[in-house]
Design a protein around this ligand. Structure first.
Ligand code: SF4
Length: 196
């Protein structure tokens, strides 16, 4: 039906469920004794690579003030969900990690239920949704001048199988000059720069 197709193609009809979903989920993110910023910090630490699990990277990722992030980190540490340690290599920044209790808490993340529902969509719908939403996000991040925090596989510094002989390989990050495991390459990074 032409009318139905036109309605489906209307950008406003695509944005409306996104906007409503974000609102509904924001309300649910007050469950479990956490607030939305604390949930976001837990999710970030579960996804971030070893170059990005710092308070500074978390501040950039959330686009929040240093004060807000500092309060978020203090609260999560007090509740036993994250731990802080000195970063390897003598640098003065801190490294943040999820504790087993934090990992357990993430299983109750309200967004995990949405992810499971998305998994139940057909494969074609999932692929199209992923492509479309990723393009919308990339455009908005560029407009706002915010870091992409993407995966190695779409980064201009990534060399696939560039460190085949290295025990930390098989891939290479040309920026940090570090080998990357397959698992590393599936994590988000504060230094990610999309390929041109
Ligand atoms: S290849 Fe890019 S995304 Fe991956 S660790 Fe290096 S800078 Fe980060």
């Amino acid at each position: 039906m032409a009318g139905e197709d036109e309605e489906e193609a209307d950008g406003r009809m695509i944005v409306w469920p996104l906007e409503r979903l974000a609102r509904v989920m924001r309300a649910r993110e007050h469950e479990g004794g956490l607030n939305p910023a604390q949930w976001e910090a837990l999710r970030f630490l579960a996804r971030a690579n070893r170059f990005s699990n710092s308070p500074g990277a978390l501040t950039r990722y959330l686009g929040a003030t240093k004060g807000t992030i500092s309060q978020t980190i203090i609260a999560l540490e007090r509740k036993g969900y994250i731990s802080k340690s000195a970063r390897a290599g003598g640098r003065k920044t801190l490294s943040l990690s999820l504790t087993p209790k934090g990992e357990e808490m993430l299983k109750r993340d309200p967004w995990a239920e949405v992810a499971a529902a998305a998994q139940d969509l057909g494969g074609k719908t999932r692929r199209r949704l992923h492509r479309g939403l990723s393009a919308l996000l990339a455009g908005e991040l560029e407009r706002a001048g915010l870091a992409s925090f993407g995966l190695c596989t779409s980064c201009r510094f990534f060399r696939e199988k560039g460190r085949m002989q290295d025990s930390g390989g098989p891939h290479l990050c040309m920026l940090f000059e570090h080998p990357l495991t397959q698992e590393d390459s599936g994590r988000i990074c504060m230094a990610h720069e999309p390929r041109g």
